[in-house]
Write a new protein. Structure first.
Length: 161
């Protein structure tokens, strides 16, 4: 399972998502351009020392990201877009271990062509009148459910004294 960030524009959210990926053994694709310098200190502060423990693959464009999926060992798996326009809830769908969870820009989501390219469009149900969650929280909720369903959660280690 992978997470892909489409042109992220808030460095702290990207750092938080990369930290999440490190903690759960997920690779992360960054589809550029980013709205910040990739070595931004705010991203590093949010990601802390976890950033050296996550597989990050940077793609210069959406087209390059799509090209990289065709050459992925074992096949590309499904591209699952997390969107407020999703047709199914994140807990209602059947996740697969080779899915890539795609998240859009914090400010505007993804353009229509990216939306259309996704194999599935998934939403997180919210209370009435609420628009959306922070992208890092949404990523953690959806990926956490996907990992739970697919048996991909790491084993619980004993607490450190």
């Amino acid at each position: 399972m992978r997470i892909a960030l489409y042109q992220p524009d808030i460095p702290q959210n990207t750092g938080t998502i990369l930290r999440f990926c490190a903690c759960f053994g997920l690779a992360c694709d960054i589809i550029e351009p980013c709205g910040f310098l990739f070595d931004d200190r705010r991203m590093r502060r949010a990601g802390m020392d976890y950033l050296d423990r996550v597989e990050v693959v940077r793609h210069a464009s959406w087209a390059r990201f799509l090209d990289s999926r065709t050459t992925r060992p074992g096949g590309p798996g499904r591209l699952v877009l997390l969107t407020t326009r999703g047709a199914v809830g994140h807990t209602q769908m059947q996740w697969r271990p080779d899915d890539t969870l795609l998240l859009g820009r914090e400010s505007v989501g993804v353009p229509d062509d990216v939306h259309a390219a996704a194999d599935l469009r998934v939403a997180i149900p919210l209370a009435g009148g609420m628009r959306s969650l922070n992208v890092a929280i949404a990523a953690a909720m959806a990926a956490g459910e996907a990992l739970r369903q697919t048996g991909g959660l790491p084993p619980l280690e004993p607490a450190q004294p």
